[in-house]
Design a binder for this molecule. Structure first.
Ligand code: MN
Length: 310
């Protein structure tokens, strides 16, 4: 049993309440809400204090990060609730754009987002190449499929949010959800420009937050949702374009991790496990705490755990 306390903004607590809306339980006195996931019980108080308790409180706390941080990754765990932006099944067999990301739960390394345009007639060939959900593929298979996708001259665009910029945005008050939103948006905009005048039949984003949360993030940066955009969770299992995006994003993440490991002079592990804490501790000992900003998402609880190991 562990416990983590974060101080979060009202806005973030509202976002959390949305994300955990299917897991709410009756809150104790003075609390705004209380929710229970497999990993942790989460209780948010009017003071802005949010308490994470349970087997692995860091799994949930990491999503909401430091001072005023949040992300909506937990939204992925919810059932595929239907909303106005849910696609019609015919989108999956049409010429469409799919967009997905990698690296959001990994302490070390960037966030990568890729949008890919797949023409209807290319779908059978991509299936034959083994394009499917990157979560079910090994890193080496992902890299070889990614190479083949690139060789097909399929229009795609890839954006990488490197750690120094990630940490700067985080300190500025951006939630991970907002970062992901803007990365997907940029990847899609760039791809549309690249493809013009050709237009996709639709755009499908592997859903990481409720569409209205996504739209609010866009609005806060004076952007708006591109027409014909749809959201669904586990989209990579339905759409070969999203699966292609997920493979390109994951292959890029793996490549960036290799580069970072080389730069650090030590193999940086993926994920956010104890192994990650030990490597972070080594980097702090060999350099200093600030050095981690080049390699890690430093608001994750792993930083504090690494410091305790030094
Ligand atoms: Mn995804």
């Amino acid at each position: 049993m562990g416990q983590i306390v974060l101080n979060l903004s009202n806005e973030t607590i509202k976002e959390m309440q949305q994300v955990y809306k299917n897991r709410l339980k009756s809150p104790p006195n003075g609390a705004i809400f209380s929710a229970k996931t497999e990993a942790s019980t989460i209780t948010a108080y009017k003071s802005g204090k949010v308490l994470f308790q349970g087997k692995q409180p860091e799994l949930e706390a990491n999503k909401w990060g430091g001072s005023s941080q949040s992300n909506s990754k937990a939204g992925k765990k919810k059932a595929n609730t239907l909303h106005a932006y849910h696609p019609e099944p015919r989108l999956f067999t049409s010429s469409h754009i799919g967009s997905d990301e990698a690296g959001t739960g990994d302490y070390f390394g960037p966030i990568t987002v890729a949008a890919a345009f797949v023409r209807a007639e290319q779908i059978p060939l991509l299936k034959e190449l083994g394009v499917k959900d990157s979560k079910n593929l090994t890193d080496s298979t992902i890299q070889s499929i990614a190479t083949k996708i690139v060789q097909m001259n399929m229009p795609y665009s890839l954006v990488i949010l490197h750690n120094p910029k990630y940490n700067a945005l985080q300190e500025k008050g951006w939630s991970q959800g907002k970062m992901k939103t803007m990365l997907h948006h940029h990847a899609i905009q760039r791809l549309l420009k690249k493809m013009a005048p050709e237009k996709p039949d639709g755009i499908l984003i592997d859903q990481f937050s409720e569409p209205h949360v996504y739209k609010n993030h866009l609005k806060s940066e004076n952007q708006h949702l591109t027409e014909n955009t749809y959201f669904m969770t586990k989209a990579e299992s339905y759409s070969i374009a999203v699966a292609a995006g997920s493979i390109i994003a994951r292959a890029s993440f793996v490549k960036e991790m290799d580069k970072l490991s080389h730069k650090a002079g030590i193999e940086l592990p993926k994920g956010a496990s104890n192994k990650v804490d030990r490597v972070a501790a080594t980097l702090i000992q060999q350099n200093d705490l600030a050095y981690l900003h080049n390699f890690a998402k430093t608001h994750f609880a792993n930083t504090k755990k690494a410091m305790m190991l030094t």
